[in-house]
Design a protein around this ligand. Structure first.
Ligand code: GRF
Length: 192
């Protein structure tokens, strides 16, 4: 069993999707820790309901990124975490975690990167009136949504789509693609 930490700041629908695939036996892993930088976020209740340990913090309580990332690193090491799975975590990862988990931090982003990085990627694509957007899973580096791409899937924007319907379509792809990519990453590792 590979031990994962899921980093999230919001509702945790991707957390749900990954946890469900693990529960079903489709992904040979365990979510051993949920990290959240927003006290009160829904993902915290969801993790607790499944008996998963949480690490909840407010960045403003620390002097800098290295200070909270050092605590996070200790928590991850104590739990034997092997992969950091970013799912709606709204902070850039700093050198402390990047060096400790080189090539073991992945993120999901709701656009076809390198198009529409950063916040509100779905809104950005909608406002630009592009016909195709999508979902990207990528390794994390020091930049904002700039790391090497692992997989992508396109989503068409139809004439009658609203931001809400587009968001639903993108989320449906995310919830399928992310567990599938995690499964592959873990499987490749076993072969090595
Ligand atoms: C997802 O759209 C993901 O692509 C982005 O943040 C959102 C997280 O949603 N990075 P949720 O908390 O998993 O529902």
């Amino acid at each position: 069993m590979r031990r994962l930490a899921v980093f999230a700041s919001g509702t945790g629908s991707n957390f749900d999707a990954i946890a469900a695939e693990i529960e079903r036996g489709a992904v040979q892993a365990e979510i051993s820790l949920v990290v959240c930088d927003r006290p009160g976020a829904r993902v915290i209740e969801k993790a607790e309901a499944q008996g998963i340990e949480t690490f909840v913090f407010s960045a403003k309580d620390y002097p800098d990124k290295a200070a909270y990332e050092n605590e996070l690193l200790t928590a991850c090491r104590e739990k034997g975490i092997e992969w950091l799975i970013l799912a709606g975590y709204m902070r850039l990862i700093g050198p402390t975690l990047l060096e400790a988990y080189e090539n073991r931090i992945v993120n999901i982003h709701p656009s076809l990167l390198p198009a529409f990085p950063g916040k509100d990627a779905i809104g950005q694509a909608f406002d630009k009136r592009v016909k195709v957007t999508g979902v990207t899973v990528h390794f994390v580096d020091a930049g904002m949504d700039t790391g090497p791409i692992i997989d992508q899937e396109a989503v068409r924007i139809d004439e009658n789509d609203t931001r809400e319907t587009l968001q639903k379509k993108i989320q449906a792809v995310e919830h399928r693609l992310y567990p599938a990519v995690i499964k592959e990453l873990i499987a490749e590792e076993v072969v090595q």
